[in-house]
Design a protein around this ligand. Sequence first.
Ligand SMILES: Cc1ncc(COP(=O)(O)O)c(C=O)c1O
Length: 469
Amino acid sequence: MLILSATRFTGMLGAWRGRGPAYADLADRTRLLILDGRLPIGARLPAERELSTRLQLSRTTVSAAYARLRDAGYLQSLRGSGSIVCIPGARQDTAPAAVPGTLDLSKAALPAAPQLAEAAAAALGQLPEMLAEPGYDPVGLPALRGAIAERYGARGLPTEPGQIMVTIGAQHAVALLSRVLLQRGDTALVESPTYPHGADAIRAAGGRIVPVAVTPRDGWDFEGLEQAFRRARPAMAYMMPDFHNPTGAVMEPSLRAGLLALAARTGTVVVADETMAELDIDSPGPVTPLAVHGPAVLVGSLGKTVWGGLRIGWIRAEPDLIARLVQARFANDLGTPVLEQLVALQVLSRYDEILAGRRELLRAGRDRLEGLLAAALPDWDVPRVAGGLTTWVNIGRPVSSPLTLAARSRGLLLAAGPVFGSDGVFERFLRLPISYGAPETTRAVEVLASAWSAMGESPAPPSYQPAVV
Ligand SMILES: Cc1ncc(COP(=O)(O)O)c(C=O)c1O
């Protein structure tokens, strides 16, 4: 069970004070943290007395907030166990995606590529050839490893099939790498903001996160990177150089070489999550993998380019690391499903055509979102992204969480800025996907505009320093 100290919980709350009574604001922010998944089910909140001291509120205020959460089914108070986070099972508002008509833009994803059904049918036709074998495949079908290696070659990075391990999506790859590369207590460099489940995987492996700043317009803070490497001597650096999630930033070529040189000095393994790298919208040619510039472990996936339901990802690493990863894998799973791998092989034989279609959708989605936001919310700063699935919008006031709650009550789910940071940072930001069609994007912007104007011009709560090393 996660036991939250008052200090940690206060950090997660961020600037929670709004215009309402303190107890209601505190309950609302806690509810959002639960709904966002930032506060896991089963976590124990700090005792009322401890929290009231930390927040400099009266005990009655904190009690009233907890009571409100209990009444709404988000807290269970058990004698001797404290206040435990839960989700009210039968209530409609606890399963937002299931509420009829709710639009879920908390996920940045495309619907399946139209070629997928045909690819799956062809793969099914190939399955009988495999059925004489036991079917447990911890490293990947030779043909699929070969096809992935060949693709790296075409993108400027000669690769042997022995350098490829097929995984159950990129998430699995990041989790497995974290388990193998990190010892409990090791530091891991992670961008801030970052893809939250990547950070989750690192924490679950016992890694201590050292953040380095990334912004949509200025990219990576090289000085911050240098300092972080020097001070923390991280065992691993988890980076997204191409179409960073959530900002869409792209790392400058000179910075790539600089990053790998820093890592070489401290013996840090750089893990580049290139899940989005081939979703470029404006590049004239293929985006080159980070390992073109020096030693780096690469993670790829078909989850974002083809379909999230196709659970195929991979790791590109030197064969000795691949061997360690395969050994480590058995504690959690016994291999990647063979049928999915056959589908992936089919998909890769038409990958250029599939990617061309995806790029067209994303280009249209980006231009549409930019146009709608410029008209409805002209004060928001919407950076133009050159690829990936999201843009990181600066809404100008540190109210991303309350805005997300207001949108939710109007039937729109979004991921608030702080989901991508820690300790309540990024309240001025909202991640918006560019991957949705015209009806969804139009409706989303309408809801946002209405939620924004309903929030009025309340005095902004105190803002935060961006995470710095
Ligand atoms: C940066 C990044 N890495 C990894 C993943 C997980 O990908 P997969 O579906 O292949 O597990 C995601 C999904 O959102 C992502 O955004």
